[in-house]
Design a protein around this ligand. Structure first.
Ligand code: ADP
Ligand code: MG
Length: 355
């Protein structure tokens, strides 16, 4: 009976499933960039260079000087759930590296043209491979899909072209490449501030002037000065605290009562992953309320390390939301410490103006 053919339950095409899954992880170019930067840092790189065309929609290229990828691993590099970072489910609890699910490259390969050029120290040459829908594809129709030897330096270059080319609804949602580029610059800046010992650059493809350029040896304070300016950097207070009961270590740099701006800037890293937290943002704003003029807001870089067994990183595909045990107590302890630091600076300032 062909009256109700639409009502039958049928499995979706695998291709459709893969595109949906990819779209949940890579919502905008900046999500792809973040995954690729984390891979580069995971690989032990000391330089990470980002080049961008049309806000990352036309081209997103990340070049690092890390470990490189073995030629033998290239055929499965973009297969879903292939990773060098996790073997058992229990490993999720102690994972120290950024990536853990082997989904990023696979996802990108389903919604963009992906090219990988990579060289390990042991390899005599670099290898270049092209990917589509999770597998090796030829560079040009009719050619072999096998990786090709090319000349190149140690490390990995990942080139993502025409992001969302096969997801027209998503592609059309991006009205302003300039806006996407700003999100990318912001994210590179955050990792540049957090990743000590790693140099970062970010620029528009083909332009020589760089949006961000931070040398591997720059201090955290230097990095903040370069990226957020002297007015922020000159008013920073260092803080560091830990608590065994709640199982956390916190450290960072936060502006003192001399600095105040329209909107809070919070650079938050939990176990080395850039995340957002409304709870932490609110608590910090409350902490500053007694130090800053009305409608004044701080700049805060906060790196929280939480015992991995207490963190649930597996809650959202973008890994943007992180939950951990005793969140309230931890936030309160961090803010209490910050408050005492700010009070110290405030007291010495009052003292200075009195004498
Ligand atoms: P995950 O990071 O969760 O393992 P990805 O899809 O991001 O998953 O990466 C898959 C694997 O590819 C990684 O486990 C790693 O072995 C390798 N890889 C990806 N990017 C790089 C890189 N820049 N340098 C070295 N190895 C890399
Ligand atoms: Mg990864």
């Amino acid at each position: 009976d062909d009256n109700t053919p639409q009502r039958r339950i049928k499995p979706l095409d695998e291709d459709v499933i893969n595109k949906i899954a990819a779209g949940e992880i890579i919502v905008a170019p900046v999500n792809a960039l973040k995954e690729l930067m984390e891979n580069s840092v995971d690989a032990g790189s000391t330089t990470v260079d980002v080049s961008v065309k049309e806000g990352g929609l036309k081209l997103l290229q990340i070049t690092d000087n890390g470990s490189g990828i073995e030629k033998e691993d290239l055929p499965i590099l973009c297969k879903r759930f292939t990773t060098s970072k996790l073997q058992k489910f229990e490993d999720l609890q102690t994972i120290a590296t950024y990536g853990f699910r082997g989904e990023a490259l696979a996802s990108i390969s389903h919604i963009a043209h992906l090219t990988v050029t990579t060289k390990t120290t042991d390899s005599e040459c670099a290898w270049r491979a092209h990917y589509g829908n999770g597998v090796l594809v030829p560079a040009k129709p009719g050619q072999s899909p096998d990786p090709k030897p090319v000349s190149g330096r140690q490390g990995t270059q990942i080139t993502v072209e025409d992001l969302f080319f096969n997801v027209p609804t998503r592609r059309r949602a991006f009205r302003s490449p300039a806006n996407e580029y700003n999100k990318i610059l912001d994210m590179v800046g955050r990792y540049a501030i957090h990743c000590a010992g790693v140099g970062f650059t970010c620029k528009k493809h083909g332009e020589s002037s760089k949006g961000i350029s931070v040398s591997p040896s720059a201090s955290c304070l230097d990095r903040i000065r370069q990226i957020y300016g002297a007015s922020v950097a000159n008013e920073l207070t260092e803080f560091e605290t830990e608590d065994d009961q709640w199982g956390f270590k916190a450290k960072g740099l936060a502006t003192n009562a001399n600095y105040s701006t329209k909107k809070t800037t919070l650079l938050l890293f939990i176990n080395n992953r850039c995340v957002e937290s409304t709870n932490i943002r609110k608590a910090i704003e409350q902490t500053y309320a007694s130090f800053l003029p009305k409608n004044g807001h701080p700049f805060v870089y906060l790196s929280l390390e939480i015992d991995p067994r207490r963190v649930d990183v597996n809650v959202h595909p973008t890994k943007q939301e992180v939950n951990f045990l005793n969140e309230d107590e931890t936030i309160q302890a961090v803010c209490e410490h910050l408050r005492s630091k700010l009070a110290e600076v405030d007291a010495s300032r009052t003292f200075l103006t009195q004498t």
